[in-house]
Design a protein. Structure first.
Length: 476
């Protein structure tokens, strides 16, 4: 186990909200011991004492119920260096020490190539590991170049590309529920499943993230990575084991099977929009273009939707709809597996036998199955819902991921070819959107999102939203 962690971008939001609480949780659970050394490198003109005070304040704010002793131990284990993390000399000072080091790039992705190059010139100790946050590159060419730089620095096994969704209990339960239950796997195919919705809708608006979000947008921020990872877990063939090779091979197979989107497909199977002024609960939300730090000329989308099909024996004929939006009426974060209707119903029954839906709720975590049964009156169909709540995991998602980094288990991280495969899926969408082949629609903050297209004949698009979110006529 590596006992040295260097965080580049050590005073940023990611470090404050996720990495420090994860370290404290690991300390409280007894995973770190007394040998852990944390080096923070960033641009602020601080010293170690000032940095430790900042760590203590952030853990008080974001550390939750973690014991105070664990928080104090993490602060005491830290040292700070003011550094330009693209300068080889500064980088060499940050990683100096005995034995291998895990270097966490908690930085904007545009800096990754320069930092990796500086690490190469500084000389990374043998056995070290490098950790990168998504997105991995800013397009396919960027991902390929980044992978080339990383391959010159460390073996692929030592590269940990983070997608924290993969460490969420319910996300892992998508695969676990499929493979551990005989009742599901025989019907987990296009013969029985009509469509799969993978949704991450948020009431949150920009929340001060313009410096990052306005350069990325909903497609790159959510669909290209998080939601495609969920697609892989839903659609993958059963792996032989859950080891890093078998699991990641099967995910790459899914990405390779995604049918290429032509320009015609992009026009008719994708949507993009951004929010107008509105109200969510007791909050007045300004238009996206009026948020501080936003450049309206970038035409950044805050809502993205893409319909995909897979060219595989298992999934031919099933639609996979991926959608994410900000400043919407309600939070809806789930994978909804919609089964086909039964082929025949006995005569004489009233009511409607709705198609079954299996829902994996992502936040908060949970599992529900929508069925149809007979009600209090004979010959009457009524909806039935079976619900299970998932016990919260012992470690936060980032705690699980950091532990895997330090112990060298890359199974829940993104492999290089997988990162490139995800970019290949969305590249046609990015290209068409950049040329305005798909209009940038608008929707009021606090609404259900952009209204349905007129005459598109696709009732399914809104069916899920209306059923699940109880939209009013004003909303649509």
């Amino acid at each position: 186990m590596i006992n040295r962690l260097a965080i580049f971008g050590a005073t940023g939001d990611l470090t404050a909200r996720y990495l420090l609480p994860a370290l404290a949780a690991l300390q409280a659970a007894g995973h770190l011991g007394n040998q852990m050394q944390v080096t923070g490198a960033s641009r602020e003109d601080w010293d170690t004492e000032r940095y430790r005070e900042w760590i203590a304040a952030q853990l008080d704010r974001h550390g939750g119920p973690c014991p105070s002793g664990a928080k104090e131990a993490i602060a005491a284990s830290a040292r700070y260096l003011r550094a330009d993390v693209t300068d080889p000399d500064d980088v060499a000072a940050a990683i100096a020490g005995d034995g291998p080091v895990a270097v966490y790039l908690a930085l904007p992705p545009a800096l990754f190539p320069g930092v990796v190059t500086a690490l190469h010139e500084a000389g990374l100790p043998t056995g070290s590991r490098i950790v990168l946050e998504k997105p991995f590159g800013e397009d396919l060419a960027g991902a390929q170049e980044l992978n080339r730089l990383l391959a010159d620095l460390v073996p692929e096994q030592a590269v940990f590309r983070v997608d924290h969704f993969l460490a969420m209990t319910t996300v892992q339960n998508v695969l676990g529920s499929r493979l551990a239950n005989r009742v599901l796997e025989p019907i987990w195919n296009s013969v029985h499943i009509a469509e799969v919705e993978i949704i991450w809708d948020e009431t949150l608006a920009l929340e001060g993230r313009a410096g990052y979000y306005d350069h990325v947008g909903a497609l790159k921020d959510m669909l290209q990575n998080h939601l495609l990872q969920l697609l892989c877990l839903v659609a993958m063939e059963p792996p032989i084991t859950l080891g890093e090779r078998d699991l990641r091979d099967r995910k790459v197979d899914v990405l390779r099977s995604v049918r290429f989107l032509t320009e015609h497909d992009v026009v008719h199977r994708t949507r993009r929009a951004r929010y107008l002024p509105g109200r969510i609960g007791d909050r007045d939300i300004p238009a996206y273009v009026d948020e501080e730090g936003v450049n309206p000329q970038r035409r950044t989308e805050t809502f993205a939707e893409v319909e995909l099909e897979l060219d595989s024996w298992r999934w031919a004929g099933t639609t996979f709809r991926l959608r994410s939006g900000k400043a919407l009426k309600e939070d809806r974060k789930e994978v909804a597996v919609r089964f086909r209707s039964v082929p025949h119903l006995p005569f004489g029954h009233s009511g409607e036998a709705l198609p079954n839906v299996l829902r994996f709720a992502l936040e908060p975590e949970g599992l529900t199955l929508d069925l149809t049964g007979t009600g209090a009156h004979a010959h009457e169909f009524v909806p039935l819902t079976l619900t299970a709540r998932t016990e919260p995991q012992g470690l936060p998602a980032y705690g699980r991921l950091l532990l895997d980094v330090l112990t060298g288990n890359p199974a829940l991280f993104i492999r290089g070819d997988e990162a490139e495969g995800a970019w290949r899926v969305v590249e046609p969408v990015l290209s068409a959107w950049e040329r305005d082949l798909v209009p940038l629609e608008e929707y009021p903050a606090g609404s259900q999102g952009p209204p349905p297209r007129r005459g598109d004949g696709d009732g399914r698009r809104r069916e899920g939203m209306l059923d699940d979110q109880a939209a009013t006529p004003d909303d649509i």
